[in-house]
Design a protein around this ligand. Sequence first.
Ligand code: SAH
Ligand code: SF4
Ligand code: F3S
Length: 429
Amino acid sequence: MKRYYISTFGCQMNVHDSEKMAGILKLEGYEKTDNVKDADFVIFNTCSIRQKAEQKFFSELGRIKKLKKRRPDLTIVVAGCIAQQEGNNIVERASHVDYVLGPQNINALRDIVNLTANHVFLDDNPYITEIELPADRNDNVRAWVNIMYGCDNFCSYCIVPYTRGREKSRASQNIINEIKVLADKGYKEVTLLGQNVNSYKSDMDFPGLLKEINEIKGIKRIRFVTSHPKDLSDELIFAIRDLDKVCEHIHLPLQSGSTKILTLMNRKYTYGDYLKKIEKLRKEIPDIAITSDIIAGFPQETVEDHKDTVRALKEIEFDGIFAFKFSPRPGTKASLMSGHLSDDIKSERLSEILELQNKITEKKNKELKDILQEVLIEGHNEKNPSKFTGRTRTNKVVNISATDDIKTGDIVNVKIICTRRHSLEGEIV
Ligand code: SAH
Ligand code: SF4
Ligand code: F3S
C-alpha cells in the first residue's frame, strides 16, 4: 500500500483543502502516514500570508531534499498559496519538487497520481464552485464547508486575492446537500468557510443561506469565518440573533484603530463605522463574543495611529485577537508604499497590543465564572486524557472532567468553575 504525508500551513481554507487532497489520495488507494520518511507521496500545502509562514515552508522543503536523493521515486507536490504565487520559480529553486498545484486546482491531484498530468497547475479555475471533492475529514463532530472561494477586496497588504483568485460562490443547493450528508454521518457543527463569507452571493445571500442551513436536522451549531466589517449587514446581525443554531460569535477583523491607516489598507470603513457595527451587534445579541485581527506597524503608522489601535482595543474589549507584525508581500500595494517601519518598532507595538489584549481576554473570561454554558464535546483533552474538551457557543474552550455518561459529540450544560486566559474549566450540571 502506498502512503501519503501532508504538511499543512496557513488558514482553515488550507486545512480543509488538505482534507480534500487526502480524500482524493484515499480514493486512489493511498494510506495516510504521519511520518514523512514512510511516505511515497508528499504534499506541502503552503501559506504566503506573511514572510514567516513562507520561511517555515522553505526550511521544511530544504529538509526533505536528502530524502528525495535517497528515494528518487518519492513524489513531492507543493500546493497552496506559495505554489500559486511562485509557480515555476519553485521548481527552479528546488529541483526536487515534482509538481506545483495552485489552490484553485487541487482537483488535478488525481491526474498527478495517475501520472497523466504535466507539472504546474496555476490557471484560474472558473469551475471551482462546481467541483465536489471527497474530503477525508480530520474530525467526526465538526466539519468545514466551503461556501465561497477567492477574494475581491484587495486590502493593500494582502496576498490572498492574488493566490486564490476572484470571488466565486457555490450554489446554495450544493452547500445544503453537502451539509445534509454531514448531518447523516453524525456531524454536529459546521463552519462555513470563505475569505469574506458575508459577501456570499449566488441564488441567495448569506443571511438567506444561514436560514436554509438552520433547517437541516442533526446539525446543532453553525459557525462562519471570516466576515468583512464593510459587508456586515443588519440582516446578518438579525440572522445571528434569530437563528437558533447560529452561534453567538463573530470574527470581525479590525486591522487598525486609525481611520488613516484603514484607508491606506483599503479596508473601506472608518473606525467610527466599525464601532457602530460592534454596538449594533452587542445591542441585538448581548452575549455575542467578538474576536478580531490586528496588524501592527503598517507603513506610515505613526505613534498616534498606534495609540488609536490601543485605544480601540480598550474601547471595544474583544474576546480575543490575532495580531501580527506587518509583513510586506510581493506584488501588493502596501509593499510599495513609502514609510515602512523598522522591525524593532513593529515588534514593540505588537508586544504592547498583545499584552493589553491578554489582560482584556483574561478579564472577559473571568466574567464567565459561575455562569452556565452550553458545551459541544469535541473529544478528550490531548494533554490530559482524563478530561473532555469542548467549546461554548461563543467559541471558548472548556475542559471538563470526563465521566462515563458523556461522550464526544454530546451537547452538555456546564457551570464554569475556573477561568484562564486561553481556556475555561467546567463542571457538568
Ligand atoms: N479574509 C480574512 C483573513 C485574511 S488573512 C479577512 O479578511 O479577515 C488573516 C489575517 O492575516 C488578516 O486579517 C490580517 O490581519 C493578517 N494579514 C494579512 N496580510 C498580512 C500582512 N501582509 N502582514 C501582516 N498581517 C497580515
Ligand atoms: Fe485579504 Fe482583505 Fe481579502 Fe481578507 S478581505 S483575504 S485581508 S484582501
Ligand atoms: Fe495563507 Fe493562503 Fe490562507 S496565504 S492564510 S493559506 S488563503
